[in-house]
Design a protein around this ligand. Structure first.
Ligand SMILES: [Zn+2]
Length: 123
């Protein structure tokens, strides 16, 4: 069954809200790369003038965490943006693998889902 206009709107709202939150969080972790839309750089961190080894290690650890957080935010943002594009191109809510409609409960839990439950591991 195809999603109704109301349902589509509902998921679109959810996706747009999530996209906004993700972009906000990303702008807190990094800064938007002005030359590559959609790409984000981790904001450079001043290491201090005379860092000792422990401080340096801590800084790298923090930077590592930031990169990890940023990577997962970026990945999610890509999924959310892709789902919004699918809404625009009118093939939202359809499994990418077998073309069958995705269960609405699954979309409710994850509006960015690109596959049915059965094929969730194959993307
Ligand atoms: Zn499927």
């Amino acid at each position: 069954m195809k999603l109704t206009k109301e349902k589509l709107k509902h998921f679109k709202d959810k996706l747009e809200e999530e996209k906004k939150i993700l972009e906000d969080e990303l702008s807190g972790v990094g800064r938007k790369n002005p030359s590559i839309p959609g790409d984000w750089e981790v904001a450079g961190e001043a290491l201090g003038e005379v860092p000792d080894v422990a401080d340096l290690a801590k800084n790298f650890e923090e930077l590592d965490n930031k990169v990890a957080i940023q990577d997962s935010l970026e990945e999610r943002l890509m999924q959310v943006s892709a789902a919004l594009e699918r809404i625009e191109s009118d093939n939202y809510g359809v499994c990418k693998v077998d073309g069958k409609p995705i269960d609405e409960k699954r979309l409710e839990a994850n509006p960015a889902a690109a596959t049915c439950v059965e094929h969730a591991e194959q993307v």
